[in-house]
Design a protein around this ligand. Structure first.
Ligand code: SF4
Length: 236
């Protein structure tokens, strides 16, 4: 797998677990809010981290960390992802996968091989508006298939949407919750403007602003009629 970076410890990426984070290099989307350009834009790619380096690190962390989060970029673009995860599982670590959901067949294969312990799937927008934000061809039928897979899988999961004021109004968030109807967990997270792909994006009039708390509470009440758990994550 092409690995663009390794974060040696994280207390926030896998709920309730101490984890490290492996970042896959390359992505098939160009989300305007993305702050991981060094993992997405080929001209900005940095030196790869060797798999061997990751496994040497993990070898020294057995019993010190619980899990490995494989994020990106988009990990499912890598044909050898399953082999990488298989080795991680063989070392006794749990695995969380972060994905944009564009590869349902890869996802299905990973479920079938029992290589996942938690899945976080990004929902970029309501399905009708995906193209506005990902700036790439988005096969919505594949995204829908991945949503169905994640919902029906035996593995714990969350759907999450980064809320960018320029693109997402409160009606959009409600529409996303409707499209995820019956899901276990839907989380919205605050957009952080610094380092975004589109440098002109701002957080002005964010739904997370204190003065908009009433609107946010209304959104939360609505979403909770469609999903079991709804929460928001405010940027630090
Ligand atoms: S899918 Fe994720 S990594 Fe890829 S461009 Fe969008 S935010 Fe960035």
């Amino acid at each position: 797998m092409k690995i663009g970076g390794l974060q040696k410890v994280s207390l926030i990426d896998f709920p309730g677990k101490i984890a490290c984070v492996v970042f896959a290099q390359g992505c098939n989307f160009r989300c305007q809010f993305c702050h991981n350009q060094i993992l997405v834009v080929p001209q900005k790619f940095e030196k790869l981290t060797e798999e061997e380096e990751v496994f040497d690190f993990l070898g020294g962390r057995v019993s010190k960390i619980d899990a490995v989060v494989v994020s990106g970029g988009e990990p499912t673009l890598h044909n050898d992802l399953w082999k990488f995860l298989e080795k991680i599982k063989a070392m006794g670590f749990m695995v969380k996968l972060d994905t944009n959901g564009t590869s349902p067949t890869v996802l299905e294969d990973l479920y079938g091989k029992h290589l996942l312990d938690y899945v976080a799937m990004d929902i970029k927008h309501r399905f009708e508006k995906y193209g506005e934000i990902v700036c790439a061809e988005a096969d919505i039928e594949k995204i829908k298939l991945s949503v169905a897979l994640v919902k029906s899988g035996s593995v714990d999961y969350e759907f999450r949407t980064t809320v960018v004021p320029k693109f997402h109004g409160d009606d959009d968030i409600k529409a996303i919750a409707e499209q995820l109807s019956g899901a276990k967990r839907f989380i919205i997270q605050e957009f952080v403007p610094g380092h975004a792909m589109d440098g002109s994006l701002s957080n002005a009039n964010s739904i997370f602003a204190v003065e908009n708390r009433e609107i946010l509470n209304g959104v939360a009440n609505f979403c909770r009629t469609h999903v079991d758990e709804f929460a928001w994550r405010v940027a630090n």
